[in-house]
Design a protein around this ligand. Structure first.
Ligand code: HEM
Length: 413
C-alpha cells in the first residue's frame, strides 16, 4: 500500500491514489512526436473529433427516434426534422459527420500507405486501424437503415442477400441476420441495437487499442527516418528544443493539431448548414415500400468502389457464375487492405515518391479507386459495365503486383 500523506492540492491528492502524474507523462508530456510531419498527421485527431460529434449528436437523435417499422420514418422525418427544436441541426450534424468521417479515414489510410507507416514495428497500428475501418463500415450501414426510407430498406435487402452467396450456410445465414425471412421489423430492431450499442462500444475499445499500438513504435515521419526517441527526448528536456527532432504531445503537438481541427470545423459546419444534401439521398425521403423497388439501388459514396467491384465481374469462369465471382472479388477487396503490411515486401520506410515503382503503384491505386467510386453510382449499361470490369481487374492485379514490385525494390537495396 502506498504511503498516503497530506495532499498539497487536488492534483497531488489524485496522484497519490492513482499515479496521475506518471500517466500524464506517459500519455502527454513525455509522449514524443517527430517534428518532421505535416498536416496529414492531424487526420487521426480529426477522426477522434468526428467520432465524438457522432456520439453526441446520436444521443440527441436517440431521444426521439422510434425503432419500429411503423414509426421510424415519421420519427426521423417529421418529429426530429420538423417538431423538435433544432432537431434538424442534430440530424444534419450526424449525417454530415458520418459521410465526412469516411473521407478522412480514406485520407488517413492513404497517408499511411504513401509514407509506409505500417512497417518497422507499426503493423499493429495498421491492423487496429483496419479493424476500425471494418466496424465503422458496419456502423454506417446499420445507421443507414434506421430512417426506414426506400434506400434504407432496399440497401438492407441487397446487402443481407449477399450473405446468401456463402456456400452451404448462406441461405440460413441470411434469415439469421434478418431475424425473419424478409427484411422487416426484427431486422430494424437488431440493426438499431448494433448501431446504438454494440458497434459504438467496439469502436471506442478499438480507438483505445489503436492509440495504444501507436505508443511504442511512435508515429512515422515525412522521410521515414528512424529516430532514437529516447535520445532526442533528452535533448529536448535539456532545453535544446530547436536541435531536438521531437516535440511532446502535450502541449506542443496538440496545439498544432487543434489548429487543424478548428479550420476543419469551419468547413464541417459550412457543409452542415448549407450542403448537407450530399450526405442524404433524396430517395430515402420516401418511406420504405417492399412492393416498390427503386429504379436504381446504390450505397453511400464511400462504399461505391467496393460495390462496383461486386458487380464489375460480369463473366463466368470454370462453371462459377459471374455473381459468385463478383462476391469473391468483393470479399477480396474488403480484406486485402488488411494485408498491405505483409504484401509490401520492401523494408524501405520512405515516402512513395522515393520508392520508384511503388510510387506509380500508389497513384494508379488511388486513380482506380476514384474511377470505381465514380462508376458505382451509374446504372449497369453495356459501356459502364465494361469499364467496371476493367477497373475491377486493375484493382485485383495491383494487389497481385504489390509483393513483386516491392521484392524488386528490396533486391535493389
Ligand atoms: C476512427 C478511426 C481512427 C482514429 C480515431 C485514428 C486515430 C489515429 C491517430 C490519433 C493517429 C496518430 C496521428 C496521425 O498519424 O494521425 C493515428 C495513426 C495511424 N493510424 Fe489511425 N485512426 C483511425 C483509423 C485508422 C484507419 C482506418 C487506419 C487504416 C488502416 C489507420 C491507420 C493508422 C496508421 C498506420 C497510423 C500511424 C501513422 C504514422 O505512424 O505516421 N487508422 N491514427
Amino acid at each position: 500500500m502506498a504511503q498516503i500523506q497530506k495532499a498539497k492540492g487536488l492534483g497531488d491528492w489524485f496522484d497519490q491514489r492513482m499515479g496521475t502524474k506518471t500517466l500524464g507523462k506517459v500519455l502527454m508530456t513525455e509522449y514524443w512526436i517527430p517534428k518532421n510531419i505535416n498536416f496529414l498527421w492531424a487526420m487521426g485527431i480529426l477522426l477522434a473529433t468526428l467520432f465524438t460529434i457522432l456520439l453526441v449528436s446520436g444521443l440527441f437523435l436517440l431521444m426521439y427516434y422510434k425503432p419500429d417499422t411503423k414509426l421510424a420514418f415519421d420519427s426521423v422525418n417529421y418529429t426530429i426534422m420538423q417538431e423538435v427544436s433544432y432537431g434538424w441541426l442534430w440530424r444534419h450534424m450526424h449525417a454530415v459527420a458520418a459521410s465526412v468521417i469516411f473521407l478522412i479515414i480514406y485520407i488517413h489510410m492513404f497517408t499511411a500507405i504513401y509514407y509506409g507507416s505500417y512497417k518497422r514495428g507499426r503493423e499493429m497500428i495498421w491492423l487496429s486501424g483496419m479493424l476500425l475501418f471494418g466496424i465503422f463500415s458496419a456502423e454506417a450501414f446499420s445507421g443507414y437503415m434506421l430512417p426506414w426510407g426506400q434506400m434504407s430498406f432496399w440497401a438492407a435487402q441487397v446487402i443481407t442477400n449477399l450473405f446468401g452467396g456463402i456456400p452451404v450456410i448462406g441461405p440460413d445465414l441470411v434469415v439469421w441476420i434478418r431475424g425473419d425471412y424478409a427484411v422487416s421489423d426484427p431486422t430494424l430492431t437488431r440493426f438499431f441495437m448494433l448501431h446504438v450499442v454494440l458497434l459504438p462500444l467496439v469502436i471506442i475499445k478499438l480507438i483505445v487499442l489503436h492509440f495504444y499500438t501507436l505508443r511504442f513504435p511512435h508515429v512515422n515521419n515525412q522521410e521515414g527516418e528512424e529516430i532514437d526517441f529516447d535520445a532526442e527526448a533528452e535533448i529536448y528536456k535539456s532545453g535544446n528544443k530547436k536541435e531536438s527532432k521531437v516535440i511532446p504531445m502535450w502541449p506542443v503537438f496538440i496545439s498544432k493539431d487543434l489548429m487543424v481541427v478548428c479550420i476543419f470545423m469551419i468547413f464541417y459546419f459550412y457543409l452542415v448548414c448549407f450542403h448537407y444534401d450530399f450526405a442524404m439521398d433524396p430517395i430515402n425521403f420516401d418511406p420504405a415500400d417492399p412492393m416498390k423497388t427503386p429504379a436504381h439501388i446504390y450505397p453511400e459514396w464511400y462504399f461505391l468502389w467496393s460495390y462496383e467491384v461486386l458487380r464489375g465481374m460480369k463473366y463466368s469462369f470454370f462453371g462459377i457464375s459471374a455473381s459468385d465471382i463478383g462476391l469473391m472479388a468483393f470479399g477480396f477487396a474488403n480484406v486485402i487492405f488488411m494485408l498491405v503490411p505483409f504484401l509490401d515486401r520492401s523494408p524501405n520506410v520512405a515516402p512513395a515518391k522515393k520508392r520508384g515503382m511503388f510510387h506509380i503503384w500508389f497513384w494508379v491505386l488511388v486513380a482506380d479507386m476514384i474511377i470505381l467510386t465514380w462508376l458505382g453510382k451509374f446504372p449497369l449499361t453495356e459501356t459502364f459495365s465494361d469499364m467496371g470490369f476493367y477497373a475491377t481487374m486493375v484493382f485485383i492485379l495491383l494487389f497481385v503486383a504489390l509483393p513483386i514490385i516491392t521484392l524488386l525494390e528490396k533486391k535493389k537495396g
